[in-house]
Design a protein around this ligand. Sequence first.
Ligand SMILES: Cc1cc2nc3c(=O)[nH]c(=O)nc-3n(C[C@H](O)[C@H](O)[C@H](O)COP(=O)(O)OP(=O)(O)OC[C@H]3O[C@@H](n4cnc5c(N)ncnc54)[C@H](O)[C@@H]3O)c2cc1C
Length: 470
Amino acid sequence: MTQTLPPIFLAAVKDLLGPRGWTQEPEKLDAAATPWRGTYKGETPLIARPASTAEAAALVKLCAQHGVAMTPQGGNTGLIDGGTPHGEVCVSMTRMTALRETDPFNNSLTIEAGATLVSAQAAADAAGRLFPLSLGSEGTATIGGLISTNAGGVAVLRYGMMRDLILGLEVVLPSGEVWDGLSGLRKNNTGYDLKHLFAGAEGTLGLITAATLKLFPQVQRASAWVICASAEDVVKLLALVRGRVGDSVTSFEIIPGNAVDMVVADIPTTRDPMPSNAPWRVLMDISQTDGAYARSLLESALEAAMEEGLIQDAVIAESETQAKSFWHIRETIPLSKRAYGAALNQDISVPVSRIPVFIEACNAAVRDVLPTADFVIFGHVGDGNLHYSVVEALDAASPQLKAKEAAITRVIYDTVMAHGGSISAEHGVGRLKRDELARLRPPAATDAMRAIKRALDPQGIMNPGRVVTV
Ligand SMILES: Cc1cc2nc3c(=O)[nH]c(=O)nc-3n(C[C@H](O)[C@H](O)[C@H](O)COP(=O)(O)OP(=O)(O)OC[C@H]3O[C@@H](n4cnc5c(N)ncnc54)[C@H](O)[C@@H]3O)c2cc1C
């Protein structure tokens, strides 16, 4: 239910932020309360848009004084109902986008939380460096949102998740106090590492206003589209390639044949790079500072895999344009899946070695509940992270997916746990997985999280109801 804002609070916010810093226009409130997938709907009485750390701190202080709950929001691309307000004031970070500093010799840059991922990548590029995080929503997702969800993406295998890419943070705490933890240091052993508390906290512990990020040498990639006969072969291929080229493997994505068919049917300009009846494709990138060297490493790894019978066929991209066309298919799967029909989507992980048995066991368990179930299973297999979707065509004779959603979700989660996995690999918890996680994670972990939340946010005003209930 939308909060009724005390008039004195509203007047103070308007005065603090000025005419560009707030809105109550119904269409804008509606857009802020509608997430990317549009599968649920929130509400908000006010969008507040601070333009500086000082304004953000004063805004949070006002919320604390008046007991007003707030939801930090970046690009609103999150997938777990974390950044969509449900009655809270929406604190939109989209005016805080400044690049504060680049330091190529320290391999770091400091940027404000509302900047998009592509703008951080471009700033790194302009300094002759690489900021390696990369994912489908990078044109809209913001640095603050990516840190708060500890986002992953397609280069985790080599560079780690967002948590691994931050050196320092600036955060407005729920009291309105500012913690200036911006730092380019790689070694700083001075007690609890607070930045890691805010990474993955989904805005429940504070409002991130800026971050210092790690940069890396620029690289050139060689990309291959590979056909595999089984998930076992995909896992063995990953081990073989890593054994031969080490950390040069940047991305290793599994794509099912039916997802390629969906994309090609949905987007007339796409074409299957190598049509085949085999069930699996792998899209892999190998990166080196020298592109020709990357290509030679890729060629020799694929030859070895072919000799061992792990791959049926493969094509190496002849140009960056062709590499992008391979990646376009991978990135378009979520949209084309929506065009195909109804889908129940899960973002899960299991140890890489257990991926083949997990897929077999989970598909069988789902089919016990819904015998007609079909699947689209793709994702970052190099990280053990699958985007596991149960799908049902728009023209299904008797649609049942929606009615059986809760039972199917439960069997997926139980199968994930039985295989030593996690029910949220990279998207986070939000409101969507909060209660299931309270059931599945060790009670001591939930108790510790509650204690941290109470200590930092005793009034419970910072994105309440996400991650844990208190
Ligand atoms: C097409 C598509 C592809 C995607 N691919 C991937 C992928 O490959 N890997 C992956 O990990 N994720 C992926 N995602 C989801 C990903 O979580 C989000 O894209 C991103 O991390 C969220 O950034 P955002 O700025 O949109 O945050 P929002 O959605 O606005 O918010 C996300 C969470 O962060 C909090 N938050 C936002 N800004 C701040 C701040 N400044 N301070 C404190 N809290 C804040 C919000 O309250 C919320 O809890 C994808 C999403 C889409 C739509």
